[in-house]
Unconditional design. Structure first.
Length: 224
């Protein structure tokens, strides 16, 4: 990986160290000699107008990995706080360095975050970029370990609407360990990325929590 890509990975590594720790994965620490990257841009910037781009039309359709190039260049995505009002869930952190956390009565913990300035992570397409991010953070993660899943793409929580493809790494709890999953997507054109980690006492509570995350945590399309 070149120095430019290492610098971008340093930007997201701090965010994902916590997420992948929840998932029970070992994570390589980035090279301390890598250039420092400004992490202050955790609040979504005011959108700029992209001539000829129909943001509403893009937001109204599913966002598979293959459609990533239809987003306006450099306008970041967002993520909703739809779990904070879900029955049994309690918000425990709100937009701290771009991360929000929610705790369920059964012991499940969800952490959701968005990162901007991700252009140096971009590879051939959004899927390859996302695989590259997982494998950079932990070289033991093989592409075959990653499954395709979906989150909501715009619309209202818990109502029918378009979906956005993400990659998910799951780990079933063994010998008393928690069952976990980490979902991620790099949006190359939008120069941003989304991460959602879920950690639960067992496989059954994880499956229920993932279903609620898929229904209520909405990835917010760029507004133009």
């Amino acid at each position: 990986m070149d120095v430019k890509s290492q610098a971008a990975a340093v930007l997201v590594a701090g965010a994902l160290l916590g997420a992948t720790a929840l998932a029970g994965c070992s994570v390589g620490v980035p090279d301390p000699a890598a250039p420092k990257v400004d992490q202050s841009a955790t609040v979504l910037a005011t959108p700029t107008i992209t001539p000829g781009h129909d943001a509403a039309a893009v937001a109204a359709k599913d966002m598979p990995f293959s459609a990533g190039a239809t987003l306006a260049a450099g306008v970041p995505v967002g993520i909703s706080d739809g779990l904070k009002t879900a029955p049994g869930w309690t918000p425990v952190k709100h937009n701290v360095a771009g991360e929000s956390q929610y705790l369920k009565a059964d012991g499940c913990l969800v952490a959701a975050k968005v990162r901007t300035n991700q252009s140096p992570l971009v590879l051939a397409d959004d899927r390859e970029s996302t695989v590259g991010l997982f494998t950079y953070l932990d070289p033991t993660i093989l592409p075959a370990y990653l499954k395709t899943a979906t989150l909501r793409w715009g619309g209202e929580p818990a109502k029918p609407g378009p979906n956005v493809e993400v990659l998910v790494l799951e780990k079933s709890g063994q010998s008393g360990a928690k069952s976990t999953s980490v979902m991620a997507r790099v949006f190359g054109a939008a120069a941003s990325s989304v991460f959602v980690s879920v950690s639960c006492p067992d496989a059954a509570t994880l499956a229920a929590a993932q279903a609620e995350v898929a229904a209520r945590l909405v990835v917010v399309p760029p507004s133009n």
